[in-house]
Ligand binder design. Sequence first.
Ligand SMILES: Cc1cc2nc3c(=O)[nH]c(=O)nc-3n(C[C@H](O)[C@H](O)[C@H](O)COP(=O)(O)OP(=O)(O)OC[C@H]3O[C@@H](n4cnc5c(N)ncnc54)[C@H](O)[C@@H]3O)c2cc1C
Length: 348
Amino acid sequence: MGPRLDVEKIGDKTVIHNYGHGGSGWSLSWGSADIAVGKAAATLDKKIAVIGCGVIGLTSALTAQRAGMDVTIYTKDLLPHTRSVRANGSWTPDSRVALTKPAGDAFPALWEQMARYSWKTYRDYLGLPGNPIDFRDNYILSDIPFDQKHFPPPQPGAGDYSTTGKPQHTSEFADYGDLIRDIIPNPEEIDPKDNPFPVAHARRANMMMFNFGAYGHLLLSEFYQAGGKIVIREFHNPGDLKSLPEDVIINCPGYAAHDWWQDKTLIPVRGQTTWLPPQADALYGVEYKGAALLSKTDGVMVQALDFSHTLGEMVGVGNSFEHADRSEAEQAIGIFEDLFARMGKEHV
Ligand SMILES: Cc1cc2nc3c(=O)[nH]c(=O)nc-3n(C[C@H](O)[C@H](O)[C@H](O)COP(=O)(O)OP(=O)(O)OC[C@H]3O[C@@H](n4cnc5c(N)ncnc54)[C@H](O)[C@@H]3O)c2cc1C
């Protein structure tokens, strides 16, 4: 369906929702914040509360400050302890952000607006001390030609979101990449003679990525410097908002809206990242055999994507289990251990 960005009344309070960004929250954050703050500005009220201090709450709060508003964030946790920092942290603006059919005909244009606005805003954070936002070469490797990689078709009789209330196949997820092809660096095939990897097929894409430590610190500092206040508080039901002094509230609780706002339209998608010590001399990313590795200033991130090569975007759908799975992490690390060991032998 796409992120929830509608306006709701709770007693006298105007609540503007800004949650449900799937695997695209970092990427779309500024564009989504711009839409939510536009709705807050329409109330003409200059005192705003923001619920949540993940990437969506913080960018909403900063965008509201830049529009001249006086902002207080109410949150259970600050950014370093939110779900936001468990992400991969690269430019993935349409990763599981919506299902094509339920999102409807109007959503692609809204998505494009968010993606373009975010991309433009991120450019303001390039080239700063600590590299909060950076670009990396990301290598996508395959043992078979890329045009021979296909997902198995849907199982006959499995249904889809409209009949089961849950997506059943990767093809149900929206792919909006073509809408912004003109601004995003395109991947290029690497000629076999230039391919440094012991794998037959390789592509390289110059990819925007987010260094959580430096970027998060910068966002929090900007918020405080502009006079923002943060109150640590947990809400248990929508009625709790009636006790806030602000009448206009931008609600950014992320997946927690499933429980505290009782929004059962949110579909959980389990994902896990594993962090190895930073390696400043090897700043690039690799995707191979259903796993991803991305070297950042605050650590080397390793993520299992789709070991089976059959599920695509369906990996983890419907799974809300949040504990670490060590065997999954070891399997993902093992893929790269094996790749780099082969590189050592085959490239002497
Ligand atoms: C494995 C994985 C990889 C990902 N990779 C990427 C990627 O590469 N690129 C990308 O763009 N996106 C990625 N994402 C998606 C991205 O991480 C999310 O879309 C984004 O972090 C959501 O941010 P948020 O601020 O909405 O939610 P959260 O980070 O969950 O923040 C919610 C905030 O609300 C507060 N809160 C919640 N409930 C309450 C309550 N009851 N009372 C008070 N406060 C409350 C919390 O304390 C927190 O501060 C990934 C996600 C996962 C799981």
